[in-house]
Structures are given as C-alpha cells and as structure tokens.
Design a protein around this ligand. Sequence first.
Ligand SMILES: [Zn+2]
Length: 66
Amino acid sequence: MISDGSGALPVLEEVCPACVGNGQIPARRVGNTIHSGGSCNECYGRGTKATEDGQRLLAFIRRHGV
Ligand SMILES: [Zn+2]
C-alpha cells in the first residue's frame, strides 16, 4: 500500500473486496451454477484496486507521460 492516509497523499489503493487481496477467486458453487475460479476480474489479479484518488493519480501520470 502506497499510503495509509496518514501522510500527505490520500489513500491511493484499497484491498480488492472481491478477492480480499488474494488476486485469485476460488471456484465456488452458487445454487446449480459452478463459478470457476481464477484470476480476479475486479482487480485483474493484483489483489488491490485503485481508489478514486488513485485513479486520478494514474490519469495524471498518463497525461504527463511519466
Ligand atoms: Zn480482486
């Protein structure tokens, strides 16, 4: 985690709520449907997601070509 919010920067990322930071979703059964596991679609396997502030920072970096 880049920042916990106690410093000058806002919180830029958060643990992915879908995979709880694992980056992988275990196979699971919901009713009669088997959901296959694998890389988490929410965070693309990273385990963390950029917050709105994090996304603003990413957009800033892209704009300035760093
Ligand atoms: Zn995830």
